[in-house]
Design a protein around this ligand. Structure first.
Ligand code: GTP
Ligand code: MG
Length: 574
């Protein structure tokens, strides 16, 4: 389906044209028909010769209803600009064209209506003089039917030139109508520009989770609707009063709801913008305060947050002067605060280089550290999951990490390996997994701590070496407490030696070489099974002081087993 909006001055024949093309009545309200004037949006559709369906969003031309007109064209990719042959170019011809240009609607058809009342040539010339790009023109009369076939053919050409919609894109359905159907509840309608809707899908509406109960497109029930389409969505559990035009039904977690954004303004110089404008996107219109940043860039503060993406096109309107001073391209939906001195100037320079196209490298550089989910919410395709680091920031964090690890080791000489969490906190990181990514050799993580590779203090290391030398000669003769005391090895020092993997503590004050248990097991296996404590003591050439805790150690490890009569065996199978 293609969706095409009308545009043009009041009474130039837009609704009559839609009626002639579709046989449907776009002016839905009695008041509209009584006054012969469109007030709000109208919807109608027809099938073209190619077999394609075109749906029209018919807009009002009267200057009072420009906000309604904008809500209609906002989400639509193509438009038919209608100029009456007998009236020619008029103020709202200009204002509507300015709106289409500001929103970046490039697929246009010029329709000279009421061609039975005047020669259309002058109107064509007048309109073409205002159009920035070459546009196909068709002259029609809804009264005689002249030109309608040509117009249908032109609509087919217009539609087939439209870019294919991105069906994988998240849904953002700007709501243009909301009403209640008895027995079904709340229904909202809109133009689906990208993505696909399905019954039972979970969506988000004004920060609340909602579910699609049923879908319709062009009056027929559907289980899925692909963009581009006019669609009516029956929502489960939504009060009619809680939804209105300008709200958006969105894919959860895929948009930033923001009231602060940086934009490029296409049109008037930013310095000439009024301090307050109305910001229009999709069917939404929101008051916005303008803070100029550069000649064509500004920060906007919206009166309420909207679901926006980088690269969105929107429009600024000056309601006081009935002017559209410009279109905008959204450059940043999550811009940095401008509190530091000189921040605004720096930001202006940054914005001057941005164009609203996703630029992952640029974003990582500017944001330094950002979650992939947040980038996707901003409309920036991000590779992978989790936290992403800008290369410059990663380099400076690596340097800081190294010095924090050193500082910790200096503060805790007996226990020099900092816990990962401590370093994560000191670096202000949002998640400890980042520490791992920032580690460079020889640093590694073991048991939740960062192995520093830092040598033990020399005095301690000499004392440990002496004990190790004793143990190499007599592996099961653990040093006596007076020997340890003489070497300055108290509980803390022995713990440090154990952590460094130099000694093994099998009990308080009893240390052996780390390979002592396996050496002991080898000797014990050769004993007749089961064996007594005394037999073990003799096989190991040691005393009860070592043999008891060593057997307990082996038992705890599951290397030996106790028999019913209190003896030991290395045969653990039974
Ligand atoms: N003679 C003649 N009259 C036409 C033609 N098209 C529209 N009209 C008349 O022009 C008047 C305005 O037509 P509409 O279709 O309501 O115009 P509109 O552009 O929809 O007006 P708004 O919605 O109020 O902006 C009506 O009286 C129509 O009958 C045409 O091709 N020939
Ligand atoms: Mg009308």
């Amino acid at each position: 389906m293609w969706v095409v909006a009308t545009a043009g001055h009041v009474d130039h024949g837009k609704s009559t044209l839609v009626r002639a093309l579709t046989g449907m009545e776009p002016d839905r309200w009695a008041e509209e028909r009584r006054r012969g004037m469109t007030i709000d949006l109208g919807f109608a559709w027809t099938r073209l010769a190619s077999g394609a369906t075109v749906a029209f969003v018919d807009v009002p031309g009267h200057e009072r209803f420009v906000p309604n007109m904008l809500a209609g064209v906002g989400p639509v990719p193509a438009a038919m600009l209608v100029v009456a042959a007998d009236e020619g170019w008029k103020p709202q011809s200009a204002e509507h064209l300015a709106a289409l240009e500001a929103l970046g609607v490039r697929h246009l058809l010029l329709v000279i209506s009421r061609a039975d009342l005047a020669d259309p040539a002058a109107a064509v010339v007048a309109a073409r003089a205002r159009l920035r790009t070459p546009v196909e023109a068709v002259a029609v009369s809804a009264v005689t039917g002249a030109g309608l076939d040509e117009l249908r053919a032109a609509l087919d050409r217009l539609g087939s030139a439209l870019p294919p919609p991105d069906l994988e894109a998240p849904v953002r359905l700007w709501i243009d109508r909301a009403f209640t159907i008895r027995g079904s509840g709340t229904v909202v309608t809109g133009t689906l520009g990208a993505g696909r809707l399905a019954t039972d899908a979970e969506l988000e509406l004004n920060s609340a989770a909602v579910r699609v109960r049923a879908l319709q497109s062009l009056g027929a029930p559907e289980s899925t609707v692909d963009a581009v389409a006019r669609v009516a969505v029956n929502l489960r559990g939504v009060e009619r009063s809680s939804v209105s035009r300008g709200d958006a039904l969105v894919t959860p977690g895929r948009f930033v709801f923001t009231d602060l954004l940086d934009v490029r303004v296409h049109g008037d110089p930013v310095a000439d913008l009024p301090a307050t404008v109305v910001f229009h996107i999709g069917s939404a219109s929101v008051a916005a305060r303008v803070r100029p940043l550069g000649p064509d860039t500004a920060r906007l503060r919206l009166a309420r947050p909207l679901p926006l993406h980088l690269g969105d096109r929107a429009l600024l309107r000056d309601p006081g002067r009935h002017r559209i001073p410009g279109g905008v391209t959204v450059l940043d939906v999550s811009p940095p605060p401008l509190t530091r001195r000189g921040a605004a100037a720096a930001r202006s320079l940054e914005l001057s280089k941005m164009d609203g196209e996703p630029d992952l490298a640029g974003e990582l550089h500017r944001r330094r550290l950002v979650h992939a989910d947040n980038l996707r919410r901003m409309g920036i395709p991000a590779p992978g999951e989790g936290w992403l680091l800008g290369p410059d920031h990663a380099a400076s964090l690596r340097t800081r990490l190294a010095s924090e690890v050193q500082a910790y080791a200096a503060q805790h000489p007996m226990d020099p390996d900092p816990p990962v969490d401590a370093i994560s906190r000191r670096l202000g990181l949002p998640h400890r997994s980042l520490v791992e990514r920032l580690l460079t050799p020889p640093l590694t993580i073991r048991n939740g701590r960062i192995g520093t590779g830092t040598a033990l203090p020399p005095r301690l290391s000499r004392a440990i070496d002496a004990v190790r030398a004793d143990l190499s000669a007599n592996p099961f003769t653990a040093p006596e407490s007076d020997r340890l005391a003489a070497l300055g090895l108290g509980p803390k020092e022995l713990a440090a030696a154990a952590k460094a993997g130099l000694l093994l503590r099998i009990a308080d004050g009893i240390v052996l070489l780390p390979d002592a248990p396996s050496a002991a097991l080898e000797r014990l296996t050769r004993l007749p099974q089961p064996f007594t404590l005394s037999e073990a003591r003799q096989a190991l050439g040691t005393t009860r002081r070592v043999a008891v805790p060593l057997l307990e150690f082996l038992h705890r490890r599951g290397s030996t087993r106790r028999t019913a009569d209190g003896r030991h065996t290395t045969d653990t199978a039974s």
